[in-house]
Design a protein around this ligand. Structure first.
Ligand code: PEP
Ligand code: MN
Length: 333
């Protein structure tokens, strides 16, 4: 349930409503809006009696929330959320380009690629220091050394960095270095990781599980917001289907659906969706056209030598083309 306060409600009236909610054993979550405060009621088992709050001073209306996810839903917060990373704003009409290699392999590789993507128009740099690989024999990432390289890239290029946290044990470490903490598809329902992300002081980029419904994805985001961290960016990266012509199937309709359901920004990762370079630019164009709030794309200065996901990584020239295409299409919508 959502209690919407009058525009002129005083802080005393708001506090009184919060107390009334808490006295009944529920959790009150004030949500500042454009011109008024709303107060979400959480942790209620079963329906809450609206008449308990309707007569309180400063209360305008009480709206029942029908969705299983509360804090991420538009019912709770009608306006788009903006996620701020330094002076970059993600969501609410902004288009954000995130690019970089699958994995940080060396300082040279990461720095060369960072300069290329920055010049082409990327605003944030991505790169995994901890890599979730299907095979234990594949390159697993440089770990902390990779994080230090990312910190150097931020210092030297000014680009904030996005990097994945794979487990609870390394969360503090990744949080110390990352500007945006990525939770990958395989961890979308790792609930202890989600709860820890809810306590993080940095924005979280939450990828959709490769076999997750949108409800499950939004419920995973709910864990993070429920923990207190409202800085969540959703990322559609393709779901597992029966096809063989791509690694996954990019679910473009997730974008308008999520935009209807949630105030959180949703970006698209065409690289892991396609799994092959020749589909990345066409899918990116479609992602911009469908209204995604941004793209996260794998680019390598020399994809043929990449230690992971080289086959889906763009060549520098291709990324330049993609940025130009994205800018033109974004200008049309
Ligand atoms: C990645 O972005 O590097 C990655 C491993 O992606 P996903 O979790 O979507 O497979
Ligand atoms: Mn990858």
């Amino acid at each position: 349930m959502l209690i919407v306060m009058e525009q002129k409600a005083t802080s005393k009236e708001i506090e009184a409503v919060v107390s009334a909610i808490e006295n009944r054993g529920y959790t009150a979550r004030p949500i500042p809006g454009g011109d008024r405060v709303s107060i979400g009621v959480l942790h209620n088992k079963g329906a809450v009696d609206a008449s308990l709050f309707l007569g309180l001073p400063g209360v305008k209306e009480v709206i029942p929330v029908t969705r299983p996810y509360k804090l991420v839903s538009r019912e709770f917060k009608p306006e788009d959320s903006v996620i701020r990373v330094g002076d970059i704003a993600i969501g609410k009409g902004n288009f954000t380009m995130i690019a970089g290699p699958c994995a940080i392999e060396s300082e040279d590789q990461a720095m060369t690629t960072a300069q290329i993507v920055k010049e082409a128009g990327a605003q944030l740099f991505r790169g995994g220091a901890f890599k979730p690989r299907t095979s234990p024999y594949s390159f697993q990432g440089l770990g902390e050394e990779g994080l230090k390289i990312l910190a150097k890239i931020r210092r030297e290029t000014g680009m904030p960095v996005v990097t994945e946290v794979m487990d609870y044990e390394n969360f503090d470490l990744v949080e110390e270095y990352a500007d945006v903490i990525q939770i990958g598809t395989r961890n979308m329902q790792n609930f202890s990781l989600l709860r820890r992300a809810g306590k993080a002081k940095k924005p979280v980029l939450l990828k959709r599980g490769m076999a997750a419904t949108i409800d499950e994805w939004l419920m995973a985001a709910e864990y993070i917001l429920e923990g207190g961290n409202t800085q969540v960016i959703l990322c559609e990266r393709g779901v597992r289907t029966f096809v063989h012509h791509s690694r996954n199937t990019l679910d473009l309709s997730a974008v308008p659906f999520v935009h209807n359901e949630s105030h959180l920004p949703v970006i698209i990762d065409p690289s892991h969706a396609a799994g092959r370079r020749d589909q990345v630019i066409p899918l990116s164009r479609a992602a911009v056209a469908v209204g995604a709030d941004g793209l996260m794309v794998e680019v390598h200065h020399s994809p043929d030598d990449a230690l992971s996901d080289g086959g889906q990584s763009l060549y520098p020239e291709q990324f330049k083309q993609l940025c130009e295409n994205a800018r033109s299409i974004f200008g049309l919508i």
